[in-house]
Design a protein around this ligand. Structure first.
Ligand code: FES
Length: 137
């Protein structure tokens, strides 16, 4: 494991991301409201450049007709098929295989639970040391 200084902290202000390649591996570092997160820029579904997707929020519902939009700017949507990943953990949400355009019999399920998807994007620990953003990889 080698230490890589990838930017001065002030070069990566909140709301920005930086793409780089370390040892041939495509990586993106995000500054989300002053916290830094690293992800492999490869979607675990079919390999799209995941980190080029938009940052969105997570829609959750506790009751029919009530939608709460949480984790604003912390969910990364893949540009190819729209699968959504929590930028903090890499966990995908909502399994697209369950939401095909097809008729299904209706049934009742408990609300308020967000369905975790089958894939997890690879995350990379990021630190700030002496005003530099550092990745150990
Ligand atoms: S390649 Fe990312 S959702 Fe399909």
């Amino acid at each position: 494991m080698a230490r890589h200084v990838i930017a001065a902290a002030d070069e990566l202000p909140p709301g920005t991301r930086k793409f780089l390649e370390i040892d041939g591996r495509p990586i993106a570092i995000f500054n989300i409201k002053g916290e830094y997160f690293g992800l492999m820029n490869r979607c675990p579904h079919q390999g799209a450049a995941l980190c080029e997707g938009p940052l969105i929020g997570l829609a959750q519902s506790t009751d029919p007709g009530e939608i709460e939009y949480t984790k604003l700017g912390e969910i990364l949507r893949c540009p190819w098929h729209g699968w959504e990943f929590d930028i903090r953990t890499g966990q995908s949400y909502c399994d697209p295989r369950r939401f095909r355009v097809k008729a299904y019999p209706a049934h009742v399920e408990p609300g308020a639970s967000v369905v975790k998807g089958p894939y997890v994007a690879e995350t990379i620990p990021v630190k700030v040391e002496s005003d530099y953003v550092v990745v150990d990889l």
